[in-house]
Write a protein that binds this ligand. Sequence first.
Ligand SMILES: NC(=O)c1ccc[n+]([C@@H]2O[C@H](COP(=O)([O-])OP(=O)(O)OC[C@H]3O[C@@H](n4cnc5c(N)ncnc54)[C@H](OP(=O)(O)O)[C@@H]3O)[C@@H](O)[C@H]2O)c1
Length: 369
Amino acid sequence: MGMGARPFAAVWVEGPGARPLTRDEPPAPRALRILFLGGTGFLGPPQVEYAIARGHSVTLFNRGRTGPDLFPGVETLFGDRATPDYDALEGREWDAVIDNSASIATWVRDSTSLLKDRVGRYLYVSSLSAHSDNSFVGMKEDGPVFTHADYEQAIASGASPGAAYGPNKAEAERITLDVLGDRGLVVRPGLIVGPGDRSDRFTYWPVRIDRGGEVVAPGDGSDHVQIVDVRDLAQWMVRMVENGGSGTYNAVGPEAELDMAGMLNGIRAITSANVKLVWVPTDLLRKHEVGGWIEMPVWVYPSPDNIGFSAWDCSKAIAAGLTFRPLADTARDTLAWWKARPEDERRLRTGPSPEKEAAILADWHARNG
Ligand SMILES: NC(=O)c1ccc[n+]([C@@H]2O[C@H](COP(=O)([O-])OP(=O)(O)OC[C@H]3O[C@@H](n4cnc5c(N)ncnc54)[C@H](OP(=O)(O)O)[C@@H]3O)[C@@H](O)[C@H]2O)c1
């Protein structure tokens, strides 16, 4: 066992509905001082829990607004990246920083210039949205991303951070690697899912399928999908900084190709609900003005422009140790997390309304007899 590392299975619990992690993993090579920019939202908590379980010393930096009671025993430094106010980081050093909380490039310009001589390694959490072209399947890390000119144009046009998400992420990646060189590490996740995800972008499916009855499913089931369980991603990121990783990685799963039918039938297998998936052709979905991604979660209308969306090549990350738990584990744990939420938080933010779903089903039955 590495210096300072604690026995793994004895301390590691995974979020709400905790269960011990039984996977047999080697301990951390050495105990690190890790600074998390953020740490208390969705991706942060499983990173922090895993880092502590592996014997690392953890510091969080945030405003103290999100999940302030999550880690009472963990050092938290307070500051606001928007201001920017990083005073609390002055005079400190860390072996690694994991930057979760920036989707605005100027935040990363400030934090990398402040931390470059005080941290060993800098992991920037980017996004596959940094890619500017989804028109081909199997996009690797060196595929086209939004350029500096795209970023400048987005800023000049006054686009909101949400609208300029991809250009900001791509610009922040460039800044990280320019400033940190081979001590910089960029991870581009796809759709992150699992317990704790308040966006409901995957959660909709286990919850809706568990409710039973006829469920509107999009297309013919053959459209490809990619997701990554937040715990798999979080743990791999910590191992990447332990192992001194550098460069850029696409990071979404699973390893084997997954299509919409595989995902929904896989989710169906974790409930005993009496459920029927009704595959609704895209023309009928369009007739009812169903939007992709949020109103029909995890799925987008297939088109030549986005044939590569959810078909990214993540072989580099897999070769570097990214692993994927079974879909059934993710679906079951997500449903258990949802059911344990307070009543007033159990309102799905995604998916068609029950009324709209009923109208689509009525139309589908009229067409199919
Ligand atoms: N979810 C997905 O499917 C997906 C996909 C691709 C990429 N990503 C990326 O993954 C990352 C995940 O983020 P997360 O929210 O789950 O991370 P997190 O580290 O768990 O939570 C976000 C943290 O940022 C802090 N924060 C927010 N605004 C701040 C500010 N102005 N100054 C200082 N700290 C601030 C929050 O605390 P306070 O509010 O207390 O400050 C919170 O601790 C993001 O970069 C996102 O773009 C997500």
